[in-house]
Write a protein of this length. Structure first.
Length: 107
């Protein structure tokens, strides 16, 4: 996927800018349980944990902890929160899934 593809997808929120500058990548993060999507602009050297914290703070403003979530890329959990986006294989146009760590009962 490419940055133009991710940029033209409709989201109800403004993009999250973590780090701008030369070489910045644009990606999309989808929160599976609330069916919400947000675009993110960050540099490839941004840690995965920073991405998770910023997206959780944006999508769950009521104070939900980032540790309650896992991030997945290509169906695999990103196990090392200290890894950079580039090191985790996340590049321009990537789509990352944000999901609760444990299954929640349906009410």
């Amino acid at each position: 996927m490419s940055a133009p593809f991710v940029s033209q997808l409709r989201t109800s929120r403004p993009p999250i800018v973590i780090n701008e500058g030369a070489g910045a990548i644009t990606l999309r993060v989808e929160a599976s349980d609330i069916w919400e999507t947000v675009r993110v602009t960050a540099r490839p050297d941004t840690p995965v944990s920073d991405l998770g914290k910023r997206v959780v703070a944006e999508l769950f403003p009521e104070g939900t902890l980032a540790d309650d979530f896992v991030m997945k890329h290509h169906g695999w959990e990103l196990l090392d929160p200290g890894a950079t986006l580039d090191g985790a294989g996340i590049g321009t146009g990537a789509i990352v899934l944000l999901a609760y760590r444990r299954r929640r009962p349906v009410r």
